[in-house]
Design a protein around this ligand. Structure first.
Ligand code: NAD
Length: 263
């Protein structure tokens, strides 16, 4: 398929789950800069996110689907087709976190994390893949994590869900291998977003240390670069995965982690 060098995704429609803040909004912004129309989703400030995307000269709508509800995920994928006539790019990004040892982990939080971080990816692909197959082209980008590749204390549900996302990505890539649809995962290390700021705030409170000291501790323990990756960098990788150059990348796990998993 021909892609314009300036707006390679012009005329494409992207659904990015959990795109009212953080990495999702960064990816939506990068896809819009490449010309894609957007279906945004998430519980944050929808009006602000829409304004940010529309300012880039593309069309955007917000769908308020709760990613723990399969019926609402189906309505969100249908909304893309009704509003824009197709669904070319699906970014499964919505995610939540809870940090506590297995013995004290609330079972309802476990269920919620598995539903939003893992099962939603299955359901969204279940509804989107037939649309992409029919069009003969599609890109699914699953936002996993370094925690899809290795573990960390206190993150049982999150690590289990993200390992599940990597496995699911491989199966989906195999099932679409003979089509124009590709399925890949991005594995970020620490990226400074509301989800990570909450963990910094917790650490600062628990240890009675400043925000700066907590940030340094968090990065120093895991990320050799001692710097956060940015949402713009994750967005750039997502745009690359939509390119012609990436059309034979299938089932990949792309790390953007400052060297975390290289250790
Ligand atoms: P964030 O909290 O800024 O964004 C999460 C988004 O998901 C928000 O828009 C929120 O409203 C939405 N969301 C939460 N529950 C939802 C639900 N039930 N239905 C619909 N939307 C829902 O977090 P983030 O850091 O940008 O995380 C985005 C993704 O990146 C997550 O999957 C996370 O696991 C992953 N990730 C983040 C980091 C990091 O360091 N920030 C690292 C690795 C992976």
């Amino acid at each position: 398929m021909q892609q314009s060098p300036t707006l390679p995704l012009a005329g494409k429609t992207a659904v990015v789950t959990g795109s009212t803040s953080g990495i999702g909004l960064g990816i939506a912004t990068a896809l819009a800069q490449a010309g894609a129309n957007l279906v945004l989703n998430g519980f944050g400030d929808a009006q602000a996110a829409l304004a940010q995307i529309e300012a880039l000269g593309v069309q955007a709508v917000h769908h308020g689907a709760d990613m723990s509800r399969p019926d609402e995920i189906e309505a969100m994928t249908a909304c893309a087709v009704q509003r824009f006539g197709g669904l070319d790019i699906l970014v499964n990004n919505a995610g939540i976190q809870h940090v506590e040892s297995i013995e004290h982990f609330p079972p309802d939080r476990w269920d919620q994390i598995i539903a939003v971080n893992l099962s939603a990816t299955f359901h969204a692909m279940r509804f989107a893949l037939p649309i992409m197959r029919e069009a003969g082209w599609g890109r699914v980008i699953n936002i996993a994590s370094v925690h899809g590749l290795i573990g960390s204390v206190g993150k049982s549900a999150y690590v289990a869900a993200k390992h599940g996302v990597i496995g699911l990505t491989k199966v989906a890539a195999l099932e679409t291998a003979r089509s124009g649809v590709t399925v890949n995962a991005i594995c970020p290390g620490w990226v400074l977003t509301p989800l990570v700021q909450a963990q910094i705030d917790d650490l600062a409170r628990r240890e009675s240390i400043s925000n700066e000291a907590a940030t340094e501790r968090l990065l120093g323990e895991k990320q050799p670069s001692a710097r956060f990756a940015s949402v713009e960098q994750i967005g750039g990788v997502a745009v690359f995965l939509c390119s012609q150059a990436a059309s034979e990348m299938r089932g990949a796990e792309i790390k953007v982690d400052g060297g975390w998993v290289a250790q």
